[in-house]
Every structure is written in structure tokens, then in C-alpha cells.
Write a protein that binds this ligand. Structure first.
Ligand SMILES: Nc1ncnc2c1ncn2[C@@H]1O[C@H](COP(=O)(O)OP(=O)(O)OP(=O)(O)O)[C@@H](O)[C@H]1O
Length: 266
């Protein structure tokens, strides 16, 4: 077991936004978290790395390898983020500082985490870029000189640079066109195979769930209404809300996995 979220609640002054959520992520899982907008998926994922806005309070525990992340000091959680738990966000531009070259981000990240040899840092950065299909020359470019898809792939390379055990990906393809989005996901899947990391994947896209996830949890109004293996949930949804969601995703209702593949590749 990599991560165990136990009865986590998140509240602001007047209401409970996430209500006693529990879920478990195992080694190598691609765990999809789906549900309606505003149900608390992003806040739940931010609570794992203590990234919640200061005005929100969190209760419960988040065990990562027997360590309760919610109890770590600011310094301890900073050390863990990136090295053990890495985030990729929808806003790929926000992952990079506009006036610093792509390579400088990799260099700095490695330096902070104790890689003292400049030559080795360069080698590792180039390998990381190449692992997501990006050429060496992109190391020397500024973020604005890359396309959205290239930037998001660079963000994946950066997130996976230190081989984290868990990658939290929050709607990472929403801002991309479908071809670039597909490429980004294929690269993430390839890197997952290579590194064996687990992925907590927040999405609205059922085609992505169908294609990549092995586990699934459905969130509504701050609660998990159903969770389990992907096939069990897609083929035999129990909760009324899950049934509704699946029904409103026409590609799933038709039950055409091969049709799905055609669409994803077009
Ligand atoms: N900083 C904040 N302070 C107070 N409430 C917030 C804050 N951030 C988000 N919320 C509220 O908490 C609820 C859950 O937000 P969250 O972003 O986690 O939803 P989500 O399920 O990720 O939605 P989406 O799929 O649209 O991204 C929403 O009602 C949102 O308005």
C-alpha cells in the first residue's frame, strides 16, 4: 500500500467541503478520481501534500508508508514533495517560471535535491526530457517557446525526475487539444510502466478512465459514493449517481472499447 487516506474531512468556516473520505492506493495503481465539478477532488488531492489554502482546515490522516503526512512539519513535507510525492497540474504554464529556460528548472530541482555534479545534472535532465519524447534542444528554450503539449510533457518529466512513488495528476489534459492530450497521457503511461509509480488521476474524461485506470472512485458532494476496480464499476455500477455518470458518457454506454481506441488515436 502506497497511500491510505483515512476519514479525511476538509472544511472552511461554515461548511464541510470534503466529508470523511477514505481510499487506498496501491503500488502501480492508476487510480482515477472522478465526479461532478466542485465535489472536492482537487482539495482532497491537495491535502495529501499539505497544499490546501490556509483558510481550510483538514482532519483525518493520510498515511504514506506508515507516515501520517498531515502531521509532518512544513520542512518535512517540502522534502517529501517532489522526491516521494509529485504533482502535475492542469495549468502547465504555472509549472514553469516564464523567464527561466526549461533546462534551468531541471538543473535547479536536481541541485536542491543534492545532485552536486553539473555534468550529471545535465545528463539526467536530457534523459528526463527524452523519456517523454522531447529533444535535447528544448533544454535551452524558454517555456513560451514550447507548445502546450510539449510543456505538459516537460512537466511530467520534471515531476518524475526523482522517481516519486506517487504522482498526483489533476486534470492534466483539460487545457490541451485532444491529440496533445493523448500524447501526454501515453507518455505518462509509458513512464509509469518504466518507474512503477502509482498515479492518483483526477479527471472528467471517461475515455481516459476506460483506457488507463485500474481503480476508480466516484465523488459527489464531498463524499466517495463508490470505489473499486474499474471493470467492476463500469460494468456493474451500484450507486445511482455512478449509473447516471456512466449513462451521460455515451462512449461508455455504447460499450465499445474498440471504438474508444479509434477515437483516442484520431
Ligand atoms: N480556497 C477555498 N476556500 C473555500 N472553498 C473552496 C476553496 N477552494 C475550493 N473551494 C470550494 O470547495 C469545493 C470543492 O472544490 P474542488 O476544487 O476540490 O472541486 P473539484 O471536484 O476538484 O471540481 P472540478 O472538477 O471543477 O475541478 C467547491 O465548492 C469550491 O468552490
Amino acid at each position: 500500500m502506497i497511500l491510505s487516506i483515512d476519514e479525511v474531512s476538509i472544511r472552511n468556516q461554515n461548511k464541510i467541503i470534503v466529508d470523511q473520505v477514505s481510499l487506498t492506493i496501491r503500488e502501480g495503481d492508476w487510480f482515477a478520481l472522478v465526479g461532478e465539478s466542485g465535489s472536492g477532488k482537487s482539495l482532497l488531492s491537495q491535502s495529501i501534500g499539505q497544499l490546501l489554502p490556509a483558510q481550510l482546515q483538514v482532519e483525518g490522516s493520510v498515511f504514506f508508508k506508515e507516515q501520517d503526512l498531515l502531521k509532518l512539519s512544513a520542512k518535512e513535507i517540502r522534502k517529501l514533495r517532489g522526491k516521494n510525492v509529485a504533482y502535475i497540474f492542469q495549468d502547465y504554464q504555472g509549472s514553469f517560471t516564464p523567464f527561466r529556460k526549461i533546462g534551468e528548472h531541471f538543473d535547479e530541482y536536481l541541485k536542491v535535491h543534492g545532485f552536486s555534479s553539473k555534468k550529471l545534472r545535465y545528463k539526467q535532465a536530457i534523459e528526463a526530457l527524452e523519456s517523454v519524447g522531447l529533444a535535447e534542444e528544448l533544454y535551452h528554450r524558454y517555456p513560451f517557446q514550447l507548445s502546450g503539449g510539449q510543456l505538459q510533457r516537460a512537466a511530467i518529466a520534471l515531476a518524475l525526475l526523482l522517481s516519486p512513488d506517487l504522482v498526483i495528476a489533476d486534470e492534466i489534459t483539460t487545457a490541451l487539444d485532444s491529440v496533445s492530450g493523448h500524447r501526454v497521457l501515453e507518455m505518462l503511461a509509458k513512464r509509469q510502466k518504466e518507474t512503477g509509480c502509482s498515479i492518483l488521476f483526477i479527471t472528467h474524461d471517461w475515455r481516459v478512465v476506460r483506457r488507463y485506470a485500474n481503480k476508480l472512485a466516484i465523488m459527489k458532494d464531498g463524499k466517495i459514493v463508490e470505489s473499486g476496480g474499474k471493470h467492476r464499476i463500469l460494468d456493474h455500477p451500484q450507486h445511482q449517481y455512478t449509473k447516471q455518470l456512466i449513462k451521460s458518457a455515451p462512449i461508455l454506454e455504447k460499450g465499445l472499447p474498440s471504438g474508444l481506441d479509434r477515437e483516442m488515436k484520431s
